[in-house]
Design a binder for this molecule. Structure first.
Ligand SMILES: C[S@@+](CC[C@H](N)C(=O)[O-])C[C@H]1O[C@@H](n2cnc3c(N)ncnc32)[C@H](O)[C@@H]1O
Length: 209
């Protein structure tokens, strides 16, 4: 656990990838998120996105979540930032039946879809469908394959590295993700090109038919 004294910057966990992608992600979030939004983040990692987005989107309340063993990193960032919109991290494994939130304006997840198995991605969509309000957005940042093809040499290397670590993980097909969304009343609204052959996919939850 983190004590309540302020945590200084040199004690904060830093993922280099977050430093590179936070600005482009902010630009996309700024375009789609209502100014005053409640965002549930899945697989928050270090918590850097929570820190950066709440600094630059002051109307947003950001709920970071992670599997239990990674929560402490996020607590360090939250204690460091001391910002109202940066909510205390909650435990969430996408496979849980019950998620800690309902009526979220958005569910955001960066670099998680390729990191986990297809079964976990299905759980992510099932959970997001329940956690979002009608009209809410599921926002997924990361690499995807199109027409069954990798989009860069870097993504081929990433996929290989992921599968050596966990054979069930790896970069997913855009088309399958879109179909999965549809089967959960989550319809693709935008596919934004991002630096370094990444994408941000934005799904919107429709009225239950
Ligand atoms: C590549 S990291 C991305 C972290 C962060 N979102 C970022 O962009 O830096 C993938 C994250 O997914 C989390 N994760 C893996 N399996 C998960 C699961 N079943 N439920 C929730 N999170 C999971 C890991 O703990 C890890 O922090």
């Amino acid at each position: 656990m983190v004590n309540n004294d302020l945590v200084s910057s040199e004690h904060l966990p830093v993922a280099e990838a977050c430093l590179r992608n936070q600005r482009p992600i902010l630009d996309v979030l700024g375009k789609y998120l209502p100014a005053s939004s409640y965002v549930l983040e899945v697989g928050s990692g270090t918590g850097q996105h929570a820190a950066y987005m709440t600094e630059h989107l002051p109307g947003v309340r950001w709920q970071p979540t992670e599997v239990r063993e990674r929560l402490n990193d996020i607590r360090l960032w939250q204690t460091h930032c001391q910002r109202d919109g940066f909510l205390a991290p909650l435990e969430l494994d996408v496979r849980q039946d019950i998620w800690p939130t309902r009526e979220a304006d958005a569910v955001f997840s960066a670099n998680v879809v390729h990191f986990v198995s297809w079964a976990e991605v299905e759980s992510l969509f099932r959970g997001a469908q329940r956690a979002l309000r009608t009209g809410g957005l599921l926002i997924l940042y990361g690499p995807y394959n199109y027409d069954g093809q990798f989009t860069s040499e870097g993504n081929i290397a990433l996929d290989q590295w992921l599968r050596e670590r966990n054979p069930d993980s790896g970069i997913k097909d855009f088309e399958q993700i879109v179909l999965l969304g549809r089967s959960h009343d989550l319809f693709l609204r935008a596919d934004e090109e991002m630096p370094a052959n990444n994408r941000t996919l934005i799904f919107q939850k429709a009225e239950i038919s």
